[in-house]
Design a protein around this ligand. Sequence first.
Ligand code: GDP
Length: 202
Amino acid sequence: LFAADCAFMWGTAKVAELPPPGAPEIAFAGRSNVGKSSLLNALTNRKGLARASNTPGRTRELNFFALGGPAETAKLRLVDMPGYGYAAASKEKIANWTDLMRDFLRGRAQLLRVFVLVDGRHGVKPIDLEMFDLLDRAAMSYQIVLTKQDEVKKSDQDQRIAETLGALQRRPAAFPEVLFTSSQSGEGVGALRAGIARLLAE
Ligand code: GDP
């Protein structure tokens, strides 16, 4: 699946302009700078797929990518959700973001899971908990993916996973398995691909 073609399909910040249902979808969320663009590139083996940007919060759109065929016949769609937690964002922008997320997550039947990326060096932050709340309220299945594993000491990695699992207790929509990935070394990217393949096979 991930060796197949992957192409940008559609981008929008308006719920009324979301692409109509077609292939199953999985989405990727996370704080600005968490490494989401880099992980999407690593996942799909496409260097420029989600332009790895050092400008936090540049994209305010839901960006759709078709995997394994053109948009109409794709096997899977990847949805790059706009990053959150950009310190300089205005109240209005945050409200717009929250509305877009809420409307997208509700009633998107083909959306199988949201992978929420959390910086492995810092662990879960209050802003991430707000994202988890949103997903729990929408009853949308989500799984945490810790990023930048190459920058976390081996001895700290298990601890970071345990803390993260702790933050997921009593969260009804959270998938109780945490992945640790590095786009730099490729660590954990195969496990993420396997998890996605299992979701599609269900
Ligand atoms: P985004 O804003 O979430 O899309 O984050 P980016 O993918 O643009 O990455 C933000 C910063 O983190 C960049 O400076 C990347 O080089 C760096 N980064 C991303 N992934 C990794 C990783 O796996 N390891 C390390 N060490 N740095 C990473």
